[in-house]
Each structure stands twice: as structure tokens, then as C-alpha cells.
Design a binder for this molecule. Structure first.
Ligand SMILES: [Zn+2]
Length: 687
């Protein structure tokens, strides 16, 4: 008999599990193939023994523990399998290695995403002798023949004999594992091994036994595309604005907690058009109107929009749309400020609060814990909204963010709760993490124009939307008709005009308001057809031109007994003779909005740098019903981002810190009467 010792590099079951092929060796590049075959002639006992060996090989593959396999000298047929006995003479035993990006268990059941910050946790035991303080190094390689890359641990760990073998106590404390931060990961395999463990007192290497050699796979993931709009509002003579920390920590939290390896995040600050104290519905309406204009001006349709409101003036409860199907146009908004809520001491709570509201926009509902009414009826898998039922399964882990002073830390699954609950200590459970990952992939497949990829043309290869490297597929822009620019464009009267109509509605009170009506440069087809409310369009003589049934997107955070509210975010095609839009809820007209009446005229536009910002000043007629939108382009006019909407005069000031220094900007102002528009542009130059 011969013994092959090594790690299970690969295990394949053939013929309905009757043949197991296992590759065993010290590394993926160096191994030998052994087999185990279940025979019809096997006795029941032999069959049981062989099945147990296959199970053990599977466990050894997951735990990456070394095995000893006994087989005849001249055959690869496995006779006996056992874990390689620990070398008791080695002072240190390796208990386990965990590779985590936010939520993980010891079976590594949560897929790792390329590009996402990754921490390798090595759990060690020292069963006998006085406590030892150690640090370590791991060697990682992406291919079997690569020169290994050595990474030093971020910390030292004190090994207490009393804690030997106690994995739960080590997993729930970041200081009880040696932690290694992987360099930027790419799609593909990565194998890890322990290169050294050093006694920090004597500075000598310490022998260890029971090593694990994980081989993990980093998967490509759909990027997270997000635009965060900070809202500025006056109250008691003070202007209230989210702080740079509020923006930075929201972005950081999304990167640490959400299942995306890449993030494309932009920010801006704008004036709230609604009066204080506005609600999240008011803010969501403004966010939705701005988003539609951005999409009309070349934005990536997969971008989620979120409104951030400082609580320094008053506290605005957050809410969001909860789309059942992939709909990146669902918007949300929420409060932010320095409050700790009793557990969050990083200086801004807008991060996890935003993570909750944005979770809704990815279709996540309330699992029903800590006072929320349950809307997710899919049997949330853990008790009390926790991340896990015990500290031996899923463990939350904040990989930290040195740039923002956020320390790495373990988030025990029984003390931390899912972000979609109303509980304290919020993080993403495996359930929500995987759910959002699925939704992100589905939204990514919609493509940048919001429709599945075009059918391949004759002779063309298949166009694989939603595949390939995320950074390569992000910028692809579908061909669009040129953006109408300048007053001349609107003089060519169109038969039909595409209008974005955004409003708020309260279905309990049967009240509502049309807040923003903007003509679009590109026909988009009807959007948000529904049956909750109706838009009735008529001409100047009062003749009805059409009824448009529309949906009300209900707020996520409606508690039992509260009024049922939401926003209307519709696109309708109207005749150019339209002059009036009425909003009907039930059969009652609850609001009227006049549109049209001759193209608005605008003349000069000035844009000048002011401290921290850019002042935009247009000259235009003062006329009832005219509103102004200010947009900025960083790509020479290929796409535009709305930085102000619903202005009564064509002037505003916007924050420049959102753009890198030296960034060339173009600024334009759109004057609109709800049906027609005129545009004046300026080249605002560089800093
Ligand atoms: Zn909610």
C-alpha cells in the first residue's frame, strides 16, 4: 500500500455519484488523480464505507484540510481516507481560514466578487504552554505556476491556550484572527497558503500543523451604479446640507456591504424645491424628475438615484420605491446626520440608512422585525432578523476603509441584523446580499439604454450585454438621436411630445400634486402605466386629448394605520396642442398643471467660479409657468447631469467638489413651460 498526502484540489463525481475522481496534492499544479468507484458487487457495508470516504473528501475540499489517502502501490483506487493527523509536536494548530468580503461562513458558501475588498482571516490555536503573540504571512497566487505574492498580517494575535479550538469566539472578534487584506482581485482563481507564523517576542518562526490551503474563485459582478443627490434647504435662517462625511460614508458603506466589485458613484447637491418640512415623497419626486432628465440626456439607465437630507434642520423619515422587477428608476431618499442610534459611532448614520432605502430600490422588502410591518413573505431564514442563528454559521465582517478611518471588525451574526429590518446593528445578511446580487445582475443585463441588448445584426457576432469585464461594458452608449439644442429646435413643432410628469399622491386622502412636467428630447414611450391615478390632457379650448392611467409607486415605509402615499413618475406622449394636465385620483381632479403657450426665450448665460462652487446666471423672460433646469456635462456634451430642477429663475449655484480638479465642464440651462423648451449652453472651462 502507498499513501498520498495532500489537499483536495478538485473533486468530481461521475455517473450519478458512482465514481469519484479526486486530485490530491500540495498545490493545484502538483497533484495526482485517485478514484473511488461504487460497484454493484459491493456489500452494503463496503458501500457505506465508500460513501463516507466521498463525504470526507468533500469536507476536506471545503475545509482545505490535508488528507492521507491509502491506495495500492500499483493502483489509483482509494482504499482508505483520513485527515492527516495533527502534528502534536507543532506548537500551533491552524483551525480554519475564512475569506470574507462582508458576510461569510466557514464553508465559503458566499461567492467572492472580483474587485471587492477582501480579508483573509486565519484562525490559530496554541493548545499548550503560555500564551504566545504571533503575526504571520500568507502566500497567494492566481495560477499554479505563478510566483506567490506574500502578504503580511494586518495585526498580531495573542493565542490563549484556553481558547484553543474555539472557532466561534475567534470568528466574532477581529483581534482573535490574523487578518490579511488581499490586493485588488481579478476574476479567476486564487490559492492561499500560510507562508510563516512568527513569534513577535522572539522574532522566530513557529512551526504549525493542520494547515489549510484554500483555493477560492473570484467572480465577475455587475457594478453598482449610483447617483447621490444631497438636498439643501433653508430653515431658521440657516442652510442645511449633507456634509462631505455623509456623502463619503454612504459611498464607503455601499462598497463595504453591498455585493458589487465595482462602483460607479457620482454626487451632487441641489436645492429642495418643496418647502420645509418636506417628506421623503416630496424628495423622491424631485429625485425622479432629475433622474428622468439625466436619462433623456444620455445617462446610463441602470443608475440608481438616492436623495440625502441632513437632519440638522428637521428629521425627514426615509422611503423608497420597491419594484417587483428590475427597475433602476425606482428612487429613494433618507436622512443623515451624526446621530449614533445607540450603535453607529462613525459620525454619519446616512450610510446604513441609505443602504436600507436603496435596498428597497433593488426590490428588497421588510422581513418583519423590530417593529416593521412584514412585506417580505419569503420566510427570512434567521431568527429575530439576525444575520445568523449562531456564531458558527454566517459571520458579518466589515472589511474596513482606511481612507475614511473605518476599522475592520467582525459583526457577530447573532448581534447584527439584516439591513432591511428596523433593528439596530444593520448589515447585509447572506439572504439580502445574494438577493441584491441577483437583482444587480438582472439590471445590468438591461443595458445602458434600459432595454435588453439589440438582436445581433446580419453577420455580426452576438452582442453579449451583461457579460465581459464590468469596466469595459459600462461606458457603451447606444446610438441616440442628437439632443435638441438651442431655441431653433423647438420651433420645429412636433406632432407628439414626450413628457415626464412627476407628482406625489396620497391614496388615503385622495389628494396629490403634479410637481414637475418636463418635455423630453427623446421619445421614450409610455412609462408607468397603471390604474392608481389618471392624467387627463386637454387643449386650450378645453377639449380632452387623452386620458393616461398611471401607477402610484408606493412608499416603502408605510406603517399600519398610516396614509398610503407614493409618487407618480410617468412618461406620456401628448399632442403639441396640449395646454392642461389634470391629475385624477378616484374620479376627482386633485391638481391641475398648465403647459405650453409658446417657446420660452432665453438669452445669455454666464457661469463663473465662486468659492467651492459655480454660479450660473441666465437671462430670461419672467413668465408664469416657466421653470429652469441646470445641467452639467463632463464629457463635452455627450451626457448631462441635472444639478438643479424646478427653478423659478435661471440661476443657481452648484457645488464643484463633486468634480475632480481640472475637470472641463459644460453647463446648460433649459427653460421649459412643460411642453416646449429652449436651451442655452456655456463652456464653463476648467478650474
Ligand atoms: Zn424600509
Amino acid at each position: 500500500m502507498a499513501t498520498t498526502t495532500g489537499y483536495v484540489q478538485r473533486l468530481t463525481l461521475l455517473q450519478a455519484g458512482h465514481i469519484a475522481c479526486v486530485w490530491v496534492g500540495p498545490s493545484p499544479a502538483s497533484n495526482e488523480l485517485l478514484t473511488l468507484t461504487l460497484l454493484v458487487s459491493d456489500s452494503e457495508e463496503t458501500m457505506r464505507h465508500k460513501r463516507a470516504m466521498i463525504t470526507l473528501l468533500g469536507e476536506a475540499q471545503i475545509s482545505r484540510r490535508q488528507v492521507d489517502i491509502l491506495h495500492p502501490d500499483d493502483s489509483a483506487a482509494i482504499d482508505q481516507v483520513a485527515y492527516t493527523p495533527a502534528d502534536d509536536s507543532a506548537p500551533i494548530q491552524v483551525d480554519a481560514i475564512e475569506v470574507t468580503q462582508g458576510i461569510q461562513d466557514l464553508a465559503q458558501s458566499i461567492p467572492l466578487l472580483a474587485g471587492k475588498r477582501t480579508v483573509v482571516r486565519v484562525y490559530l490555536s496554541q493548545p499548550v504552554g503560555p500564551a504566545k503573540t504571533v503575526q504571520g504571512e500568507i502566500a497567494v497566487r492566481t495560477g499554479p505556476l505563478d510566483v506567490p505574492f506574500i502578504i503580511a498580517s494586518e495585526n498580531v494575535v495573542v493565542l490563549q491556550p484556553a481558547e484553543a479550538g474555539d472557532l466561534p469566539i475567534k470568528r466574532e472578534d477581529v483581534d482573535r484572527s490574523l487578518n490579511f487584506v488581499l490586493p485588488a482581485t481579478q476574476e479567476g482563481p486564487l490559492s492561499l497558503e500560510i507562508a510563516s507564523i512568527t513569534d513577535t517576542v522572539t522574532a522566530t518562526d513557529v512551526a504549525f500543523s493542520g494547515e489549510r490551503r484554500p483555493a477560492v474563485w473570484f467572480h465577475a459582478s455587475a457594478p453598482l451604479r449610483l447617483r447621490v443627490i444631497g438636498f439643501r434647504y433653508p430653515q431658521d435662517g440657516i442652510t442645511h446640507t449633507p456634509t462631505p462625511l455623509d456623502f463619503a460614508l454612504l459611498q464607503s458603506w455601499m462598497a463595504r456591504a453591498y455585493p458589487a466589485g465595482t462602483q460607479f458613484v457620482t454626487t451632487t447637491i441641489t436645492d429642495a424645491t418643496a418647502a420645509v418640512p418636506f417628506s421623503c415623497g416630496d424628495i423622491n419626486a424631485q429625485v425622479a424628475a432629475m433622474r428622468t432628465l439625466d436619462m433623456d440626456a444620455g445617462g446610463d439607465e441602470r443608475t440608481h438615484y438616492y436623495g440625502l437630507v441632513s437632519d440638522s434642520g428637521f428629521f425627514m423619515r426615509g422611503c423608497a420605491g420597491v419594484p417587483a422587477t428590475p427597475s433602476p428608476d425606482a428612487v429613494g431618499s433618507g436622512p443623515t446626520g451624526p446621530g449614533t442610534w445607540g450603535w453607529d459611532t462613525d459620525g454619519s448614520y446616512g450610510d446604513w440608512y441609505g443602504g436600507h432605502e436603496l435596498g428597497h430600490t433593488y426590490g428588497r422588502k421588510h422581513p418583519g422585525f423590530c417593529g416593521e410591518s412584514e412585506s417580505d413573505l419569503d420566510n427570512y431564514p434567521f431568527e429575530n432578523g439576525q444575520l445568523a442563528n449562531g456564531n458558527d454559521s454566517f459571520m458579518g465582517f466589515d472589511v474596513g476603509d482606511p481612507a475614511n478611518g473605518i476599522a475592520m471588525r467582525a459583526l457577530p451574526g447573532t448581534q447584527w441584523h439584516d439591513v432591511m429590518t428596523y433593528c439596530s446593528h444593520q448589515w447585509l445578511s447572506a439572504y439580502t446580499y445574494l438577493g441584491i446580487r441577483r437583482r444587480l445582475a438582472d439590471e445590468d443585463a438591461l443595458g445602458p439604454t434600459g432595454a435588453p441588448g439589440p438582436a445581433p445584426g446580419p453577420g455580426a457576432g452576438p452582442i453579449a450585454f451583461g457579460s465581459g469585464r464590468p469596466d469595459a461594458r459600462f461606458p457603451q452608449a447606444a446610438p441616440r438621436r442628437p439632443v435638441a439644442e438651442g431655441p431653433t429646435a423647438v420651433e420645429e413643432a412636433k406632432e407628439m411630445v414626450s413628457l415626464s410628469v412627476v407628482g406625489t399622491a396620497n391614496l388615503t386622502r385622495r389628494s396629490g400634486a403634479i410637481r414637475y412636467v418636463n418635455p423630453l428630447a427623446h421619445a421614450r414611450g409610455a412609462k408607468d402605466v397603471g390604474h392608481d391615478a389618471m392624467l387627463r390632457v386637454s387643449d386650450g379650448a378645453g377639449k380632452a386629448l387623452g386620458d393616461y392611467p398611471v401607477a402610484v409607486r408606493l412608499d416603502s415605509e408605510i406603517m399600519p394605520g398610516e396614509e398610503v402615499r407614493g409618487i407618480i413618475d410617468a412618461v406620456i406622449e401628448v399632442e403639441s396642442t396640449a395646454r392642461l394636465i389634470e391629475l385624477l385620483i378616484g374620479d376627482e381632479v386633485v391638481d391641475r398643471h398648465r403647459i405650453g403657450g409658446g417657446a420660452p426665450r432665453m438669452r445669455a448665460l454666464r457661469a463663473e467660479a465662486v468659492p467651492l462652487g459655480m454660479r450660473v446666471e441666465g437671462e430670461a423672460e419672467e413668465a408664469e409657468g416657466l421653470t429652469y433646469t441646470v445641467q452639467v456635462s463632463t464629457d463635452d456634451g455627450r451626457s448631462w447631469q441635472t444639478v438643479a430642477i424646478g427653478l423659478k429663475t435661471p440661476s443657481t449655484e452648484f457645488d464643484r467638489s463633486q468634480f475632480p480638479p481640472g475637470q472641463a465642464l459644460k453647463v446648460r440651462v433649459i427653460a421649459s413651460n412643460g411642453l416646449e423648451r429652449s436651451i442655452v449652453m456655456t463652456d464653463a472651462g476648467r478650474d
